[in-house]
Each structure stands twice: as C-alpha cells, then as structure tokens.
Design a binder for this molecule. Sequence first.
Ligand code: GAR
Length: 210
Amino acid sequence: AKRIVVLISGSGSNLQALIDSTLSGRIDGRIVSVISNRPDAFGLERARRAGIRAEPLDHKAFDSRETFDAALQELIDSHEPDLVVLAGFMRILTPEFVSHYLGRMFNIHPSLLPKYKGLNTHQRALDAGDTEHGCTVHFVTPELDGGPLVVQAAVPVEAGDDADSLQQRVHRREHEIYPLAVEWFCADRLRLLPEGVEFDGQHLPQTGLR
Ligand code: GAR
C-alpha cells in the first residue's frame, strides 16, 4: 500500500472522502499523516477520529514562505510518502517545494481548469455566464493551478444559482474524482512525464479524463 500525506487548511470534506476510500480498501494506500497550516482546521479532527496522525503546522509561526515550506517539507518527508495530496490547502508553495514533489503531488481545484485559476472560482463562473462549471484534479507544478490535468468533472450551472449552491454541486463531484485519481495513482496507473500525464501507458489529452 502507498503512503499518503494529506495537506489541508479547512473543513476537510475532500480529506473525508479520501479517508473513506482508503478504509474501504478502494484505494490501495494509507493516509499516514494529515497536516494543516491552520491549527483550528476541522479536517484535523476528522483525521483524529479516523485514528490518523493530525499535525498542525502554523504558517504564522514562520517569518517567510521559504522557512515555512522548508519546515513543511521536513515534516512531510519524515513520513516517507509516495504521494502528497493537497485537499483545500490554501497556501501558495515555493517552486523549490513543488519541484521536490514533482510527479507525486496532486491538487484539487474548484473549476474546469485552465479556466479560473486562483480564488472565487464559483462567482467568476457565474459572472461569466458559464452554463457549465466543475472541478479538476491535477499534478502540481510550479505554475499556480497550472499543472497537467488528471481528471475533471463538470456540473451544470442552473438558473437561480448563487456561489453557494454552485459550490455545493461542485463539492459533491470533488468527492468523487479525488478518490478516483488517488486510487489510480496508488495502483501505478498514472505517471507524470515531461510531455504530460500517462494513464495506463497512454498519453492523456490536455483536458485530462472527463
Ligand atoms: C475545495 O472546494 C477545493 O477544491 C478548494 O478548497 C475546497 C476545500 O474544501 N481548493 C482550492 O480552492 C485550492 N486553491 P474541503 O476542505 O471541504 O475539502
């Protein structure tokens, strides 16, 4: 079984989906630590309830992004992970940190990338009048929300939606595609190559799987 470290900043509903799919055996992996840059993140409590090590690492205790990322890397590496999973981890990471985990770090983002990198994705999709929105799992590279795509799920934008209702619809799909991507990685079916993502030995299109 692969060793997985999950990084969070908040509620951790994606973490919960991953916990559930490791405990059910669907993912051939074990979450060996959950780390949060916010000590009060509810996701840490989810980890403890599942008997998983929960480790706050408060970024405010560090005087720069570089020193925080160095401490974070040291903590992560003490668990010798095969895969690092960003699940609502709301910090920009230094290129040095990202490069260290190249090909073994995933992020989930609440938009159909390459649309709406960054924050407030649901409101931005509404403001643009999009009829379709969604979420994306991608490999993390130094370009913010710009790494090669693994899998996307689309949801319709419905009349009367606001950012909250749209976010809820997207969240449900996140809880499906994140366990799926991690399952594939843990089964050695996904690889990051210089020219893009390989799935079962085939190059994926730039949009990933849908
Ligand atoms: C998720 O919607 C995730 O896509 C988003 O934060 C939320 C975390 O929810 N991530 C980002 O915006 C990354 N920039 P959760 O804590 O309930 O999993």
